[in-house]
Design a protein around this ligand. Sequence first.
Ligand code: ZN
Length: 270
Amino acid sequence: MPLNSSNEQVPARVRKISWSGSAATGRRPGSTHGGLRWESVPWAARRSHLGRRGLAIGIDIGGTKVAAGVVDPSGRVIEEARRSTPGNDARAVEQVIVELVQELGRSHRIASVGIGAAGWMDLDGGTVLFSPHLAWRNEPLRENLQSLLRRPVLVTNDADAAAWAEWRFGAGLGESRLVCITLGTGIGGAMVMDGRVERGRFGVAGEFGHQIVVPGGHRCECGNRGCWEQYASGNALGREARELALRNSPVAYELLKAAGGSAENITGLP
Ligand SMILES: [Zn+2]
């Protein structure tokens, strides 16, 4: 399927207008996207949800850093702040988020907070089911953060948030469908299909980084072996460089020198 459809194939943008169908199943007859109904709206008529609710803080929780930004209704980042991710302590990650919101909230009136988390979310968006790189296991992150921040909080997968942002404001502007790959500690992935993030039946669709590309290969943090992110992520880059340095490979001479002569100092991350 071509990512870049011809003009005739590009539908107008869509927005959520109501729930319909069975509350028990969350689906309407004939829908493959759950119980949401959508209508087409022309570009010019689209209004930003942010615009009606003032400034928001967007927070990206990755495997190595927590990055936060104050965002205006046009998607512009007004101010940024960041911290290192305390990777093995879920409470410490929440505390870092609180600190960032307090820091940015000093000079801006913040109405709501959006979280992009490097983890697999349930369909409801309240619980992080699992994170390969962080300490979350069935973590009720939205509830925890709403009580700590005393503001409306939206939590979603980090790659889903990135895909949505690219569709709304960036590389996907004007397209009806896009695939987004995020490269960092691991590899994240997400799809926007006809104006919505396609999350699949269980909420974890588009995890391209955990497709097996080398059967029986390196063990992945997700539990499987040979996932793509074991061969092409920041972590993978660091591992390969360390292995080359330890073997005293000529291709790693310069790298080893830059790392102070110790292979363990090579991380593959900025
Ligand atoms: Zn994996």
